[in-house]
Design a protein around this ligand. Sequence first.
Ligand code: ADP
Ligand code: MG
Length: 633
Amino acid sequence: MNALEDVLYRYWGFNSFRPLQKEIIESVLNGRDTVALMPTGGGKSLCFQVPSLASDGICIVISPLVALMQDQVRGLEEKGIKAINLSGGISFNDLQMLLDNALYGNYKFIYLSPERLQQDIVQNYIRMMNVNLIAIDEAHCISQWGNDFRPAYKNIVLLRKLQPLTPFLALTATATPKVLEDTIRELKLELPQIFKQSFVRSNLAYKVQTEPDKIYCTSQLLKDNPGAAIVYVRNRKATIDIAEQLNVYGLRADFYHGGLSAEEKRSKLEAWQRGKINTIVATSAFGMGIDHPHVRYVIHLQLPESLESYFQEVGRAGRDGEYAEGILLYDKFDDKQVAYQFIANLPTTSDLKFIYRKLSSYLQIAYGEGQNIQYQFNFSDFVKKHKLNSILTYNALKGMDRLGILELSEQFTKKTILKFVGSSSELLRYFERDMRISVIGKSILRLYAGISELPLSVDLEFISSKTGQSVDDILSILKRMHEDGVIELQHVATDASITYLVPREDDRTISKIAAEFERLNKIKVKQVQAMIEYVHNTTTCRTVQLVNYFGEKYKTPCGICSVCTAKNKNKVKVNQQVLAEEILSVLKEKAVTSKELVTFLPFPETAILNTLKLLLDNELIRLTDNNELYISK
Ligand code: ADP
Ligand code: MG
C-alpha cells in the first residue's frame, strides 16, 4: 500500500480512492494549483485532508459555512487529528490563543471564513505558519456569475502574498463554464490543473411528472420506500403542513427548516440518519453538510429557483450508488408560481434603499454606526410593522447579504432582556434578603453597564459562567426579581439575526452595490427561465439536459429518466407485433397463465400484459376457468 492509501485507510477506514481523488491529491502534493470539480457527495473534503496528513505543515481551509466548518473540525478531532476552527464569534484573546496553537501546536488544519482573513492578527500569524496547502471549499463563491457569490471571497487572494509558495486547491460542485473561468481568474490560480468529474449520475433517475395531487402522489411513491427520502417544499409553513399530511398517510415524516434551533436541527437530522424517521420535508435549508448515503427519493413539490439548486438538492439521492429517483412533481400553476416568487418580487435598487432604511431604524442603528454588531431580528414582526411585501423584503435582505452589506442568519433563538428599576440603595437593600439573589443581581449590574437605565439583552450562559449558578437557577431568580418589581424581564424569541458588515449610510451604502445588484437580478431571471425550460423539454434525456447545462458535452441518453422511459414505452408499442407473435408461439405449445408468460418471455411485464389484453380483446386468445391462456381456433 502506498502512503496515500495508507492515510486513507488509517483515518477513514476506506480501501480505495474515488474517481479523481488521487489525481487531485497528487497534483497538490506536486505543488500545483489545482481545481477539483466534483458533484456534491463526490468526496471533495478528502482531496485536501489526505495530502495535508501525508505531509508536514498545516492546511488552511477556507469555507463559507460556519456550521460546515464546525462539523468538519469535529469529525477530524474524532479521528485524533488536530484541527482548529476560527469561525464564529471569538474574542480577541481567544483568537490569539487559537492562532498560537495553530502556529506552535502541530495542528494539521485550520478552518476559517473569508471574513476572518481580514483581521491583521490572522494574517500575521498565517505568514509565520508552515502551510502545506490552501484549500478553498465552495470556490465558486468568488464568482459574481454564480449563485452563491460572497464578496468576502475576494479576500482569499491575499493568502498568495502571505504564502507565496503554497499551492491553492479550489473545490466546487457548481461550475458552469463561465463560473469556472471566473473562479480561476479571481483566485489568480497559476496554470492550474483542472480535474473535472463527470456530473453524470448513472444510478439517479431524474423524473418530471405532471401531477395535480402532489401530496397524495408523494405518499404513494414513498409508502414502500425502504430507504430515506427528502421532500423539498418552498416555505417553512409548508414543511410542517405537508409532513403532517404524509404522517396521516402512514409515512414516518418530520419537517425541517432554517427557523429551527440548532438543537432541533441536530436531533431531526440524527433521527433521519438513524432511520427513526423516513422522510424529511424541508426547505432548501436542508442542504450543505447533509450526509446520508441511502436516500432513495428526492421529491420536489415546487420548482426550485435554478437548475444549480435543483441539481444540488436532487443530488442528495443515491449517494450509495444504488438506484434512486429524483422526482419533480409539476402542475400547471408552477411556472406562474416560480415566476411570482423569484422574478415578480425581485427588488429594485429603490426597494433596496427603502428596506435598508426601514431595517436600520427597526434595529435602532444610528447613521454611521452598526458595523460588525449582531442584532436579533424577527422577520415577520418587521414585515408587519412596516406593512412590507414579505417575499420582496426577504429577497432584498438576501441580496444585501450576498453583496456584503449585512449577514442574515436564519436561526431561531430565545433572548432574555432585562432592566433594573429603583435606586441603587433600594436594590442593595433588596439584595440583602438572599445570598443568591445578591450574587446574581450584583454580577449582572457589573457585567452590563447601563442596565439600570435601559433594557439590555443578557447572556444567561455567560452569567452562569461568572456566578457558578446554573442557567435554570438564574432564570428562576430573575423571575422572582421580576415578581418583586426590582427588574423588568422580557423573553423575546427571534427567528433570525442580522450583522451589519458596513456602517449604516442609507442610500450611499446601497448605491455602492446597485450596479452589481441589478446584474445579479438579471442572472436570477435567466436561471428561473432555464429551470422552466428544463421542465418543459420532454424530448431530450434529463441527464443530458442537466450535464449540458453545466458545460459537459455529453449525449448518451441515460435510459432511466422520465424522458427516456417514455420513449422506451413507445418502442415497446412498435414491437407489439413481435411480442404478440412470441406469445402466440408459446401458447401454441400449451396453455399457460399470464404469470407464467411473464416469467417465460424476456419482455417487460407491462408490455406483456398490454399485448395480452389486446389479443384477448380481439379474441385471438381466450382464458380457461383456471385463468390459463389458450389460442382460440
Ligand atoms: P463533497 O464535499 O464532494 O460533497 P464529501 O467530502 O462531503 O463530499 O464526501 C461525501 C461522502 O463520501 C463522505 O461521507 C465521505 O466520507 C465519503 N467518501 C469520500 N471519499 C471516499 C472514499 N474514497 N471511499 C469511501 N467514501 C468516501
Ligand atoms: Mg464539501
